[in-house]
Design a binder for this molecule. Structure first.
Ligand SMILES: CCCCCCCCCC/C=C\CC(=O)SCCNC(=O)CCNC(=O)[C@H](O)C(C)(C)COP(=O)(O)OP(=O)(O)OC[C@H]1O[C@@H](n2cnc3c(N)ncnc32)[C@H](O)[C@@H]1OP(=O)(O)O
Length: 281
């Protein structure tokens, strides 16, 4: 009882000392004056699907947080049912070649910025985290999730070949056989299943609790040297990012070629139709 009251008081304090940093319409950044932790809230209605502008806003918010010497980033969503629904599929449908290339480069850069961020990163997964939504959570160092939601990369279910950097994000969290089965099945995990395979670290009952857990995780690095921590993290993660860092053009070319195939475009059309139909029922 006493412990939970103390927790609540702590929570209250944390909320009080939160101050606004920089926000765009698509992202909201709040920095806790005491801890220096930045909460980056994704705010692209209705379901945080990543279009070009949103990817740009996310990357720029993360870079800004790093340059302001914040002590860590908590990634979360303003939608209480959806963390992120992944890529905005409209960006991939009958694309304008220039915009698609810019979009894909932004995706690569956003991923590198988050995956190799100098500061500790944690995801407060307060809703469904699908495809690139799952990738963003998995690119963080710590994940805590609310019950009764889903998380996973179901790309193969609707005719997408999973690009290597997406495979690598899973591989840096899960063992190879688990990744192989999950990606080949296009498996979407419930919160409980995700906990069982260690795709997430903990399950919590509210967004506030999720934010607290993430803040505690980031606080656990207080006694470490930030430069040594950042360089060690980079050393550990660099092998998974090597291909994209050294040769982003090849990944870009292969992805664009694939997205433009009739096979991909046909399955995308069908998938988008299904998504819309669901809402008309
Ligand atoms: C080497 C070769 C490489 C080749 C590379 C090829 C490409 C690889 C691609 C990589 C793999 C994955 C990338 C992705 O991220 S693809 C995105 C996949 N995401 C999804 O499938 C999620 C679909 N959405 C849902 O399941 C649900 O929306 C939800 C998230 C569970 C939320 O459900 P809800 O009931 O709360 O909301 P809903 O009514 O369904 O949605 C509201 C409106 O938003 C539209 N919408 C949802 N998701 C997307 C999306 N991802 N893109 C675009 N639009 C989306 C939905 O249609 C609704 O619209 P409307 O109101 O009916 O008009």
């Amino acid at each position: 009882m006493l412990r939970s009251r103390t927790k609540l008081i702590e929570l209250g304090k944390r909320q009080l000392c939160r101050s606004m940093c920089k926000s765009s319409e698509l992202t909201l950044v709040e920095v806790d004056d005491k801890t220096g932790i930045a909460t980056l809230t994704m705010n692209k209605p209705p379901v945080n699907s990543c279009n070009l502008e949103f990817l740009r806003a996310l990357k720029s918010a993360m870079k800004e947080i790093e340059s302001n010497k914040c002590s860590g980033i908590i990634l979360t969503s303003s939608n209480d049912k959806v963390f992120s629904s992944g890529l905005d599929l409209n960006e991939l449908r009958q694309p304008n070649p220039e915009r698609l290339a810019t979009f894909w480069k932004e995706l690569q850069e956003m991923w590198v910025t988050l995956y190799l961020s100098n500061v500790p990163t944690a995801a407060a997964i307060n809703g469904h985290a699908l495809a690139v939504g799952c990738v963003m959570a998995a690119a963080c160092e710590y994940r805590v999730m609310l019950p009764d939601f889903t998380i996973g990369i179901h790309a193969t279910k609707f005719g997408y070949v999973v690009p290597p950097f997406i495979v690598n994000t899973y591989l840096s969290v899960l063992p190879h056989p688990v990744v192989e089965r999950a990606l080949l099945q296009g498996k979407i995990f419930s919160t409980q299943e995700a906990l069982q395979i260690n795709l997430i670290d903990e399950v919590v009952n509210s967004k506030d609790e999720a934010l607290c857990k993430c803040a505690d995780f980031i606080g656990s690095f207080e006694q470490t040297n930030p430069v040594a921590r950042a360089l060690t993290k980079r050393q550990l993660r660099a092998p998974f990012a090597k291909q994209l860092l050294e040769d982003p053009e090849t990944e870009l070319r292969e992805s664009l070629e694939y997205i433009n195939t009739p096979l991909f475009q046909e399955s995308l059309d069908q998938y988008l139709l299904q998504l819309k139909k669901k809402n008309k029922k």
